[in-house]
Design a protein around this ligand. Structure first.
Ligand SMILES: Cc1cc2nc3c(=O)[nH]c(=O)nc-3n(C[C@H](O)[C@H](O)[C@H](O)COP(=O)(O)OP(=O)(O)OC[C@H]3O[C@@H](n4cnc5c(N)ncnc54)[C@H](O)[C@@H]3O)c2cc1C
Length: 413
């Protein structure tokens, strides 16, 4: 039985990989010249370095993503921050600290002043329970009133995980995600970063496995239209060619939600996107961030997170609706002033590259969380995957991988 997987982002790659490993004939179509979708790296000629479309972090609690990396071999191209540590630097006060969750599920680190956020008390952390009890319509700001702990811990995590500002981010989904991470203790909080580019870890090893299993990968194939009859998909119309499906053939649609909406008008889908702005700077030598880890959270500036890789320091600004329309050179200057202050460098802006991901994720509001699509569709042989499907997780690598695995399971049931 041939299964057609449309879209070679992480959801499509995970689906195709699982199906090929299980012995199914797979064709994987991708509109772009390369796989990876919103999680990819490329050689930037201006910087003369491989850079990511945006800083991506996987956490130890992201079991499906890590299992996918282990099974495809991509894990060898990842760096694990162990033991878990989240260093922060506050540009408004100059203070630096590191949050260090302890091993095991009992969070005694909140009782240890050296491990928790300075100025916070152990009982402040119990306030986060409000997120886990949140109603379906609540945003983070409805559950957690402004406080030092919210500003120094929950908001940086929320903005990164939900890519949506605190007044709009769905509290219940955030609470569930934080519980999954912090509930596993130190191991669940370990950050995993691509050591030499996202594609080397998340994309290329999976494509190699697919080739070994005889799967057919077709970059540059854009699905333009579905043909349907009697509740099934009968043909796939690509820009170049129409492929008629024979009885028993199945389709996994793993495109972004906007494209799914164009291909299948009438589906209820999340509406509205939230952008992420990324800046990459090439310094004169290897970069060491304060705190000694490859990742640093920034408070009180425009930059939110820094990632260091070799001589490249990358800045991520999530939920960047207010910034995304500003000219690239203004943004590079603005973010460089934050980086320079953090690193103690007063030189003019070095070689740099700005990447605006305008459609980084859907805006993860309570309403949009309810508009996510199930794996099964109204067409019997069509299954849906993507970070926007109803995974119960924020739009993320973990969500995308799980959605692909769920679609593969459903398609072969
Ligand atoms: C800058 C940035 C930073 C992020 N940081 C993190 C992070 O730190 N941690 C985390 O977990 N997640 C992060 N994410 C989110 C994560 O990247 C996404 O959730 C995930 O990659 C989505 O995968 P996907 O397969 O669902 O969708 P996509 O990656 O969008 O894949 C869909 C694919 O379908 C293809 N396609 C579209 N239309 C067609 C068509 N008509 N025919 C054929 N193919 C088509 C597209 O080209 C694309 O390759 C970040 C995202 C961005 C943009």
């Amino acid at each position: 039985m041939r299964i057609h997987v449309i879209g070679a982002g992480l959801a499509g790659l995970a689906a195709a990989w699982r199906l090929a490993e299980d012995g199914y004939a797979v064709t994987l179509y991708e509109a772009a010249p390369q796989a990876g979708g919103r999680c990819r790296s490329f050689l930037d000629l201006q910087l003369d370095r491989v850079i990511d479309n945006g800083g991506h972090v996987v956490l130890g609690a992201n079991r499906a993503a890590l299992a996918y990396l282990r099974a495809t071999g991509g894990i060898k191209a990842m760096t694990e921050v162990a033991p878990a540590a989240f260093p922060f630097h506050d540009l408004s006060t100059g203070a630096s600290w590191t949050v260090r969750p302890n091993a095991g599920p009992l969070p005694w680190w909140i009782f240890s002043p050296g491990r928790r956020v300075p100025g916070s008390r152990a009982r402040d952390y119990l306030g986060a329970l409000a997120l886990w009890r949140a109603g379906p319509d609540a945003a983070l700001a409805d559950c957690l009133p402004p406080s030092l702990l919210r500003q120094r811990l929950w908001e940086p995590f929320s903005t990164a995980v939900m890519n949506t500002g605190p007044n709009h981010a769905a509290a219940r989904s955030l609470g569930r995600a934080l519980l999954q991470v912090f509930g596993l203790g130190e191991r669940g909080c370990r950050a995993w970063l691509a050591a030499s580019g996202l594609s080397t870890a998340f994309v290329d090893p999976a494509l190699r496995r697919l080739a070994q299993r005889g799967a057919d990968f077709r970059p540059g194939w854009r699905l333009a239209r579905f043909h349907t009859a009697d509740g099934t998909v009968t043909a796939l119309e690509f820009d170049e060619e129409r492929i008629a499906l024979t009885t028993g053939e199945r389709v996994v649609l793993a495109v972004p939600h906007q494209v799914a909406g164009e291909l299948l008008p009438g589906l209820t889908l999340p509406s509205g996107d939230s952008p992420i702005v990324n800046a990459h700077y090439r310094l004169e030598g290897p970069v060491t961030l304060p705190g000694g880890q490859p990742l640093l959270g920034i408070i009180g500036g425009t930059a939110q997170w820094l990632i260091a890789r070799g001589d490249i320091v990358s800045v991520t600004v999530s939920a960047a609706g207010d910034l995304v329309d500003r000219p690239a050179s203004d943004l590079l200057d603005l973010l460089w002033s934050d980086v320079g202050r953090v690193l103690g460098i007063a030189t003019p802006r070095p070689a740099s590259r700005l990447i605006k991901e305008r459609r980084a994720t859907f805006s993860q509001t309570p309403e949009n969380m309810r508009r996510r699509q199930a794996t099964v569709s109204p067409w019997t042989n069509l299954f849906m995957a993507g970070d926007w499907t109803d995974t119960g997780l924020p739009a993320s690598i973990e969500g995308a991988v799980r959605s692909g695995l769920a679609a593969a399971r459903a398609a072969t049931r």
